[in-house]
Design a protein. Sequence first.
Length: 499
Amino acid sequence: MKTVNHWIGGKTVEGASGNYGPVTDPATGEVTTQVALASAAEVDAAVQIAKEAFQTWGQSSLAARTKVLFAYRALLDANRDAIAELITAEHGKVHSDALGEVARGLEIVELACGITTQLKGELSTSVSNRVDVSSIRQPLGVVAGITPFNFPAMVPMWMFPLAVACGNTFILKPSEKDPSASVKLAELMTEAGLPAGVLNVVHGDKVAVDALLAHPDIAAVSFVGSTPIARHIHTTASANGKRVQALGGAKNHMLVLPDADLDAAADAAVSAAYGSAGERCMAISAVVAVGSIADTLVEKIRERAEKIKIGPGNDPDSEMGPLITAAHRDKVASYVKGAAAQGADVVLDGTGYTVEGKEDGHWIGLSLLDHVKTDSDAYRDEIFGPVLCVLRTETYEEGVALINASPFGNGTAIFTRDGGAARRFQLEIQAGMVGVNVPIPVPVGYHSFGGWKDSLFGDHHIYGNDGIHFYTRGKVVTTRWPDPSDAPAGVDLGFPRNH
């Protein structure tokens, strides 16, 4: 059986712990690969290599760093399909989704290529007699990233390109469920000319995560995942003196006003709720229909959802693939099966879906729940699957109050033709990212990504300016130099003394 090993010091390093985890093809349910799971000692060895590499990389010129990143960008572009195929094989998402993931990661690499302008300092001259003050930003040292299964290429690329561009060295601990894409990313970085030890990939489970959170030589930790784990990461790493950005879960709402283009809203709801099988923190999982349009909107969503073709991710005709594991599939299905007992109308029930010839795959169909109550499990929890809840309110104000009452504040959207309503919404809503007639308001690479409330733990959002500030620390230098004309007697610098 194929084994995915660690990538440390610019080369493959076989696992030494003796522990391995299974990697499954979600379309068939077959275990195709095993991944080495690192011990605390293996994590420490990787950190020491990264620490040594920082002594040189942290002092390298911006020109040297950006040269590597420009070469990396070209290699990523040339290897888009190969990376996407790895994602599809282990995650299950369709090839077009996987290609989109790589494209979004490339945006951050391109931001890192322009790091020279982002790292410029500030200077104030003559703040006092012959006194100047300057501000500069410097790298932290060894930093770590812990990334989720749902975007095995994009989320790592939200982290390490900016981190290494700023002069840090990086330890990536990707999800053990789909580890191959991260290794490919690291291999290409080495091919682009990145010195050995600057980017390292260490696979593992809780043992490796705990070792990273406690390691005294790691200065900062980036994390994307569920809210309970994000809270644990933030609490534990902060207690160990580390800088932390921990992005948690979400329950993203889409408010649809009576004046909205309902066809556009229905299209948006279907793509945002069911794309990538709903396994994304920016999925729309709750539509809030205002007023009399609810019945019509639900019917339009149902019509579109029934046409979505579900199948293997490597089938060009498939629009949605399987879920990552059988256990996750069963958990998602449980919310649909229990919805009617908690007051919802089950408009579509996808729990019995399967694919002929691949019955052991982790299949589930699209589910649509109407008249969902705010105290139901399907509404309260982040389901992370292709389940869309519809809630109904009579007014805009009730809709905003409902959304703001959620403990999550990742992203939200409003669909309306009224500019005044849209302006009020973006100011009144309690979420970190807002879409106006845009269902998934994921910012472009030069703006930062992050939520509010239980969707973010830490002070910095990810990528953009926040990401650059997270991976650097500021230093202020106050300087006073004597005027050359004040040189001691006997020292002639060629300056007149009678000015």
